[in-house]
Design a protein around this ligand. Structure first.
Ligand code: FES
Length: 102
């Protein structure tokens, strides 16, 4: 049994342009948004969902990237709509969002 049902890592790494990095796509803001939504939905805590910041996950050119464990599913995203879909579909109902998968 895992401590969290789903543990989500947003790469929030920042590099100077022109090097690729997830925070050039606003990943830190999206991580904060996801964390706030999970809390508002009372999905945070032991046995539920944890949203964490991560350093570089080494998929920089595919970014911004987020990975959901224990499923080991990687996503990219553009905006809050995409984050909402990952939360609703994957984190709540366990259905992978194929269109955002990398
Ligand atoms: S900067 Fe995000 S994966 Fe490397």
């Amino acid at each position: 049994m895992t401590y969290y049902k789903r543990h989500v890592f947003f790469c929030c790494n920042q590099r100077d342009p022109p090097e690729a990095c997830c925070n050039n796509h606003g990943s830190a803001d999206m991580q904060a948004y996801a964390k706030q939504r999970i809390k508002a939905l009372h999905l945070d805590g032991k046995g539920k969902v944890r949203i964490n910041k991560a350093g570089c996950l080494d998929r920089c050119t595919e970014g911004p990237v987020v990975v959901v464990y224990p499923d080991a599913v990687w996503y990219t995203y553009v905006d809050r709509h995409d984050i909402d879909e990952i939360i609703e579909s994957h984190l709540i109902h366990g259905h992978i969002v194929e269109r955002l998968k990398i």
